[in-house]
Design a protein around this ligand. Sequence first.
Ligand code: HEM
Length: 538
Amino acid sequence: GTPATVTPTGAPTGAPPESKAQQGAYLTTATGTRLPDTDHSLKAGPRGPVLLRDHHLREKITHFDHERIPERVVHARGAAVHGVFTGYGTAAGVTKAAFLAEGVQTPVFVRFSTVLGSRGSADTVRDTRGFATKFYTTEGIWDLVGNNIPVFFIQDAIKFPDVIHAGKPHPDREIPQAQSAHDTFWDFVGLHTEGTFHTMWNMSDRGIPRSYRTMEGFGVHTFRLENAEGATTLVKFHWKPKAGVHSLTWEEAQITAGADPDFHRRDLFDAIEAGAHPQWELGIQTFPDTPDQMFEGIDLLDPTKIVPEELAPVQPIGLMTLNRNTTNYFAETEQVAFHPGHLVPGIDVTDDPLLAGRLFSYIDTQITRLGGPNYNQIPINRTHAPVNDMLRDGLHQHAVHGGVAPYKPNSLDGGCPFFAGAAQGGYIEVPVEVAAAPRVRQAPATFDDHFSQPRLFWASLSPVEREHLIDAYSFELGKCYEQPIKERYLKVLAEIDPVLCTKVAQSLGLPAPQPTGTPTDVQPSPALSQVGKVWPTT
Ligand code: HEM
């Protein structure tokens, strides 16, 4: 019988994309009618009025008028390249994901980005970086949509619009851009101290990468893996650059932003063009999937916490090599659509409340950004696995669906007289128990500790790194107009360390407050104290 749905044809995205140089022998309209002239409008005589009936003029200008699509609401500035991922096979004990088996090669597309700046903003600003990877596996697409900082600003997705509005340019004057140095940002992180750790990473020497090639990546949330026997393990994902982790100092970053605002983008493209293909190892930290989803006193569902690598080493599970530049920035980099819900068998999500909001958000924003619900048919977003999705119609539908019965079971299209459900295999959510609990708008008490990991970070820094951190807080807070915002943030710094607080206060010409022991200031857990001065990674 006729299949109920037909996948649009076209080269898979792992191969060089279909590329039209638009250099054929003849010019045509979009509907293929040959044109002898594209330089003159149709007029009544050489000096006469232009005639409305000139279809070529109208088509050419109308298409141009609609060339721009909305930029991403966050992560608008980005650069992306193709590559290949090779599994080591070392994850076989914890996940049945086929692409992680030994020697399996999977095409990937990686987009690096800043978060707050617009599409044309500079690369070397002080900002978090996105590190989003699309794996075109044989079992469907897996997107690892991570950042270069292992923790996030907030613990619950309901605050995401708030933190982004606080970080984006002021609504009245649209300044500053792509930089965290303004009143709303410091107001927000002073009043929401769960952002202390992420902000500290931004201010630290890890804040501005030297190159995308020397940047780490983190999945941030805890994910749940399932092996072939059905056993589950909680994990955090890490990308470790083979070239090591290197950053820019603030002075270098400022000069670079002036001299070459495209510095990171150019560096990535030039390196690949020159055959210096950057590589990252993908690694996992593993934790037992216990009912409380805690590890050594750390709540694994809290995306503002790391698990120090001394407590859970990162175990390498594969190698990624980026080896091919894009052919067309718009078609690939601008139109790619990542989604943390694009999962393959063996990889599942957890109840991290930030992740839950993300699962809703990306598909929603992409419907607006990419003009309707069929953006997975755009070449860069097409899976390499067969598609039979029963989705129909919608804006920019490219498939010509046959059959009459887009439902299962059906007895009309000869497709599937019954639906086998779980017995059929495929992606099956891990049957985690959902606790019988009252409905509340409330965070768990295990999310309350906002300062012990910032203290750990401070304790791990060398003297020069501390100087840079003090300089960064002083510079950025110094850009606030409102003194109460600076004073409030000094109280946050007082909770981290008295020297840090005093030195920043001196730079700002303000008195240094004493630590107040706010309700969120719980003592570091014993496990964290054990870590001492050793800071994870690199
Ligand atoms: C885009 C990472 C939290 C909403 C992105 C991108 C990355 C990313 C890397 C860029 C994707 C690309 O290159 O196209 C993260 C990480 C988060 C986080 C690591 C937390 C751990 C959130 C939350 C929300 C959100 C909580 C909303 C509730 C969005 C939206 C986009 C985006 C709307 C634009 C997507 C598009 O237009 O295609 N995020 N994000 N993100 N993120 Fe997040």
